[in-house]
Design a protein around this ligand. Structure first.
Ligand code: F6P
Length: 549
């Protein structure tokens, strides 16, 4: 890789971008649009069903050219091709990064350690499909002979956020006679609320864990098993009809007491946060059915192919990644807002938080040297229009530059009650209005022209110049959801490649796990407190006192 050995901030391309930023100075979006009547048309791209308008960005043709030069110099395309080929680009874990293999057609061939992984991917998909059909048709019966009515997915991080987000996103496509719940938090309240009104005889638990060692998941799964066996007044033999596992670790699944026939496998080359189109999506497949699941995979694949093959000028994930670098590294933006104008995407930003922040929240390069530049942004947001009545004030008039993505759909989902369809135009009017207000604001003269008293003019002025990307699609279908997610996956990839960090490990989550194990006996038994720092020791003592220990 030609990026190795050259510090990013000492490259000619980085310096050129810095100079360009200085030259642009206080560039105004109003001026950019005035200077180029064609800007909206020229700064629009299409990938699959996604229409992307990036005209409201603080960029010129020269900015985009320099950003693309940076990507070329950093070897983004070479690293991308290495990823698609199955090379071990996750250097700190010595693993291939092949979530893209989860959505290739069966005729494809991708080798890891000399073995084509595609047949195994499709074999698992078929196994998931057979199981899904049996559960949905009622052929699969619980221990007492009743059919399954509720599916509870127990997992955390990538083994929860993806299926939970996609289930909400595709509600309109789900089997409405079945219920789906997602338990992740080790707080017993999560499992309690998920099962308190359920009949164990009609409940299926999916234990989703890549490693099958994650303490939250194993603890919740053990409690769920106790709840089931107590509720059914049954012995271990009931587990087989009510528990299945999604994992890469057959040994641990067997240790837990789940028959490995009831295990749906995936592989170490699928990162947790990139896993929901693997077996980790079983709960989603149960909800939307195998056909819709495959449509979603096809949507992913379409964007994978676009990312792999489209020229740099038209490559949407490349563009999105580079725009993020422009703001994060040259405009001091610290965060990035994702604002879907769709209630169904209520969990989309939470999902992206793991995807982006666990991937690019790094401060050493792939070869272990400190970075001297900003890396991944804080990703946040909730669906519009709710956010408009909460934090948009800061977006419009605060002191921070926060680039945002506005995501919307031309049509409401098909099964929306006819009486509610008219609300859709109002929803979308808000999306377009916000993009406009953020970009162009309102000048003091425009405020005065409305007869506003002079002392209020500064308060009612909107500076504008807040950059947004608008992503529009006809409708939120399974394929469109797959396309959207692949877009963000590859955007994150591009940024990690430019910053020269390993976007596929997550060592930063380990320390807290180890310390929690050490603190627990201090809470329960009052032991081992000597090893704790003074603040934690004092907090533990207060906690024990409050608990009456
Ligand atoms: O601790 C972080 C993490 O490893 C995530 O990367 C992962 O998605 C999550 O935990 C759950 O891991 P597992 O699927 O192995 O239970």
């Amino acid at each position: 890789m030609n990026a190795e050995g050259r510090r990013l901030d000492q490259t000619a391309e980085w310096t050129a971008l810095g100079k360009h930023r200085e030259q642009l100075g206080e560039v105004r979006l109003r001026d950019l649009f005035d200077q180029d009547p064609d800007r909206a048309g020229r700064y629009t791209l299409q990938v699959g069903d996604l229409h992307l308008d990036y005209s409201k960005h603080l960029v010129t043709d020269e900015t985009l050219r320099l950003l693309r030069e940076l990507a070329a110099a950093r070897g983004v395309a070479e690293l991308r091709d290495a990823m698609f080929r199955g090379e071990k680009i996750n250097v700190t874990e010595n693993r291939a990064v092949l979530h893209t293999a989860l959505r290739v057609p069966e005729s494809a061939s991708i080798e890891v350690d000399g073995e084509n992984v595609v047949p195994a991917v499709h074999a698992v998909l078929r196994k998931m499909q057979v199981f899904t059909d049996r559960v949905r048709s009622g052929e699969w019966k619980g221990h007492t002979g009743k059919r399954i009515k509720t599916v509870v997915n127990i997992g955390i991080g990538g083994s929860d956020l993806g299926p939970a987000m996609a289930y909400e996103a595709l509600r309109a496509y789900t089997h409405r006679d079945m219920q789906f719940r997602f338990v992740s938090n080790v707080d017993g309240a999560d499992l309690h609320e998920a099962v308190r009104d359920l009949d164990p005889a009609e409940t299926l638990f999916i234990v989703a864990s890549k490693t099958f060692t994650t303490i939250e998941t194993i603890t919740n799964a053990t409690s769920a098993r106790n709840w089931l066996l107590t509720g059914l007044r049954a012995g271990e033999e009931a587990v087989a009809k009510h528990f299945v596992a999604l994992s890469t670790n057959a040994e641990k699944v067997a240790d837990f007491g789940i028959d490995t026939d009831n295990m749906f496998e995936f592989w170490d080359w699928v990162g947790g946060r990139y896993s929901f189109d693997s077996a980790i999506g079983l709960s989603l497949m149960l909800a939307i059915g195998p056909e819709a699941f495959r449509e979603m995979l096809a949507g992913f694949h379409l964007v994978d192919e676009h990312f792999r093959c489209a020229p740099a000028e038209e490559n949407v994930p490349l563009l999105l990644g580079l725009l993020g670098i422009w703001y994060g590294n040259f405009w001091d933006a610290q965060s990035h807002a994702v604002l879907p104008y769709s209630h169904y995407l209520s969990k989309f930003t939470a999902y992206l938080q793991q995807l982006d922040m666990e991937s690019n929240g790094k401060s050493v390069t792939r070869d272990g040297n400190p970075v001297h530049w900003q890396t991944g942004p804080v990703v946040w947001g909730t669906p519009g229009t709710n956010g408009q009545h909460a934090y948009y004030q800061l977006l419009h008039q605060g002191t921070k530059l926060i680039p945002a993505d506005l995501i919307g759909f031309a049509n409401p989902v098909e099964d929306l009650h006819p009486g509610l369809v008219a609300q859709h135009d109002l929803l979308m009017a808000n999306l377009f209005a916000q993009g406009q207000a953020l970009a162009f604001g309102k000048t003091p003269d425009e405020v005065r022209a409305e007869g506003v008293p002079e002392e209020l003019v500064p308060h009612k002025t909107f500076q504008g110049n807040r950059p947004t990307t608008t992503i529009l699609a006809k409708e939120l279908t399974p394929s469109v959801l797959g396309q959207l997610i692949a877009l963000y996956e590859h955007k994150v990839f591009v940024q990690g490649a430019v910053w020269n960090i390993d976007s596929f490990d997550q060592w930063g989550v380990e320390l807290g796990k180890v310390l929690a194990k050490r603190v627990e006996p201090a809470l329960t038994e009052g032991t081992d407190v000597e090893g704790l720092d003074a603040s934690t020791r004092s907090l533990v003592a207060t906690y024990r006192e409050m608990r009456g220990r």
